[in-house]
Design a protein around this ligand. Structure first.
Ligand SMILES: [Zn+2]
Length: 683
């Protein structure tokens, strides 16, 4: 797990799975995606009634979800296009000839993933030694040693251990212990009793049983094991803190000594774990959820050792499944892809292999991607836009009537120290110690995972490395990190439909401009505002101003809690306004700030309409259109529980309802749906 980041959208790559489909299609890289698309608009609807439908209606009609996807939107279109570019790079790197070390390495990794016959021939062999190690566990101390071994090769199990900046001294990175160990995407899946949750658990148990059978267990044994897995994981879920509660960093702020946590949860044998997990020696750490360790400490005694072993076997099988034979890959997809996300088909193998290369050797593949797609000029023009939006934020803070000068001074300080990282890191990661073999996909993945875990652990008790990136360059996303106080835009997002040098300013500011404003606002949302200019968890607000802020975010919570995300035969599900608060605040702030920045460089009354739309209208349409998407009901349901971002429809309609500039641009009148009765404004 890397540093907690707040990104512009969540990819939830839980279903990067493998199968036997080969035949990489020979089609070339798709054309650039239009930034502003008049043909996407549904002109039969009044923009003041439903702006999302207006901006995206025809696009949605003409772009059904491809059978191998759970969601299909403009972000996904661009990500898909990147996959083709990356495949070209990898195919070339794989072809015999003269290659750099980086090319040879990523080419060999990709080739090992594509070589299905080698994978089939190996059968369960990559899994067997791991399962034998679990089988050999005789005592609770053995159990914790095996957990340490699994963490070393990046298999999530029982709890989480990672490095992150100290919440109060952000210049120092320290060790963190955290809750973990469940397999379904959220604790709610284990704890809720509505019919859909009950059904999901039943399907999960069936899936776990099938996977145990594939690993060689008899059906009746596998059936009993699957029930045990659900019982053990339900215990972990009960001890876990709710996702929404965790949003407040203060709930995760518990620094203690190694001796203190070892005393608090003696059954974990944490001193054995720390000695065995490959981390450097340390004396203090942050325990994000001490209650989890207290509660699971009891479970470690109450649950028989044999049951823990079954659970560890399952976590191993589950982690290895995408790396194994087609039988494992298919069953993995049947549950995670089909049942949980509503995908109809598994993605072609080459796409899964490109993604796997990006996940495992992303900073090496990313270097080749940047060389091909992103020049110094891209960095420069993005930086210019960022600066203009930071200026807008400075003005915005200055104009706030509810904030005192004392707090404003601190807010300026924070804004002035934000670091902008654009495109790619200054120095490239050195993977030369990772052995990549052309015929060992599972081994390659485990070795790359081990390398990444080691890299993370090495940061413990060292100065924080603010230059370390949390996303690979081809990623179509962006993020803000509160402990670093930095905003980051990987090269992958700095292209159409987010930015095009062929487009007018209004359109570019409505697309990438709002994304920039969104990330900037994260520094000042309900989470970000808790951190100061240095990235420390420190209250810099006067009590009065904090109260004013809370009132404003409460308005946003209530507003978004009323929006319906999915309505199907299983009922209607509304958004969780508290879980999505930070993202909704960032969307509203981003839309306002980028518009202010645009107006500082153009005079709307002087700019001639293009395609029949004024500059202001094009700005809002460009914003609306980056969120055009279709989503399966299953995926929408999952995201309500797990995704801190609202779905596209509400990212657009929620924000424009609060925007007087939007209402002016489209001449919307009070009483119309796109004019909120009580508009919410935080920034
Ligand atoms: Zn965000």
């Amino acid at each position: 797990m890397t540093t907690r980041i707040l990104c512009v959208f969540s990819m939830l790559l839980t279903a990067v799975l493998c199968s036997a489909q080969t035949s990489p299609s020979s089609s070339a890289v798709p054309q650039e995606i239009p930034v502003f698309d008049v043909t996407a608009i549904d002109k039969t609807i009044d923009p003041c009634l439903d702006f999302y439908q207006y901006a995206c209606g025809t696009w949605m009609k003409n772009n059904p979800i491809p059978p191998d996807k759970a969601r299909w939107g403009r972000f996904d279109e661009l990500f898909e296009r990147n996959l083709y570019i990356l495949r070209d790079i990898l195919t070339e790197a794989q072809t015999p000839g003269k290659h750099t070390a980086t090319e040879s390495m990523v080419g060999a990794f990709y080739g090992s993933c594509m070589d299905e016959s080698a994978i089939e021939k190996k059968g369960n062999a990559p899994l067997t030694p791991e399962l034998e190690r679990v089988h050999g566990i005789k005592t609770k101390a053995d159990l914790i040693r095996q957990v340490a071994a699994m963490h070393r090769n990046s298999t999530p199990v029982l709890f989480a251990f990672y490095s992150q900046p100290d919440m109060h001294v952000s210049t120092e990175t320290i060790a963190y212990l955290d809750q973990g160990g469940i397999t379904l995407p959220d604790r709610d899946y284990y704890l809720k009793d509505d019919p859909k949750s009950v059904e999901t658990r039943q399907k999960y148990v069936e899936h776990v049983q099938k996977m145990f059978e594939l690993a060689g267990d008899k059906p009746e044994v596998a059936a009993a094991e699957a029930k045990t897995v659900l019982t053990v994981e339900t215990g972990l879920a009960q001890a876990s803190m709710d996702r929404t509660v965790r949003r407040d960093p203060k709930t995760r702020d518990h620094k203690m000594t190694v001796a203190e946590i070892a005393d608090l949860a003696p059954n974990f044998d944490l001193t054995v774990y720390f000695a065995d997990n490959g981390s450097p020696k340390f004396t203090s750490l942050n325990v994000s959820n001490p209650d989890f360790f207290k509660q699971v400490n009891e479970q470690l005694n109450a649950v028989p050792l044999e049951d823990w072993k079954i659970y560890l076997r399952w976590k191993t099988i589950n982690e290895y499944a995408p790396l194994l034979t087609n039988a494992f890959v298919e069953e993995d997809f049947n549950f995670n892809g089909k049942y949980m996300s509503g995908r109809k088909e598994i993605e072609p193998r080459w796409k899964r292999c490109v993604k796997a290369t990006d996940e495992n050797l992303g900073m090496a593949l990313g270097k080749l991607y940047v060389d091909r797609t992103f020049g110094a000029e891209g960095k420069e023009r993005t930086l210019k836009m960022v600066q203009s939006i930071e200026t807008a934020m400075r003005q915005d803070i200055g104009q706030l009537t509810w904030m005192s000068d004392t707090t404003k001074k601190k807010a300026y300080e924070k804004l002035n120290t934000i670091v902008n990282n654009i495109g790619y890191p200054d120095s490239w990661r050195d993977y030369s110690s990772v052995a990549i073999k052309s015929d060992d996909y599972a081994g390659n993945t485990v070795r790359a995972g081990t390398f990444e875990v080691q890299r993370d652990y090495k940061k413990i008790d060292r100065p924080t490395d603010r230059k370390d990136w949390g996303m690979t360059p081809p990623t179509v996303n962006a993020y803000y990190r509160a402990p670093m106080n930095d905003i980051n835009f990987p090269a992958g997002i700095l292209q159409p439909p987010f930015y095009s040098k062929l487009m007018d300013d209004a359109v570019n500011y409505g697309a990438i401009g709002v994304v920039i404003g969104h990330e900037l606002t994260h520094g000042f949302d309900d989470q970000g505002r808790r951190y100061d200019a240095e990235g420390n968890l420190r209250d810099w607000w006067t009590a009065e101003d904090a109260k004013e802020f809370e009132q404003r975010v409460d308005c946003t919570v209530n507003e978004y809690s009323g929006f319906v995300s999915v309505k199907d035969d299983k009922g209607e599900v509304k958004l969780n306004g508290k879980l999505t608060l930070g993202e909704n605040t960032a969307d509203n702030g981003g839309l306002k700030l980028a518009y202010m920045a645009l107006n500082s460089i153009i005079d709307d009354t002087q700019v001639k309409p293009i395609d029949g739309y004024t500059a202001a209208q094009r700005y809002f349409l460009a914003y609306g259109q980056i969120w055009c998407q279709n989503v399966t009901d299953q995926e929408a349901r999952k995201r309500v529980l797990t995704d801190s971002h609202s779905p596209g429809r509400w990212r657009v309609n929620g924000a424009v309802q609060n925007s007087a500039a939007f209402q002016q641009a489209f001449k919307c009148k009070p009483g119309q749906p796109m004019v909120a009765e009580n508009a919410c404004h935080v920034w």
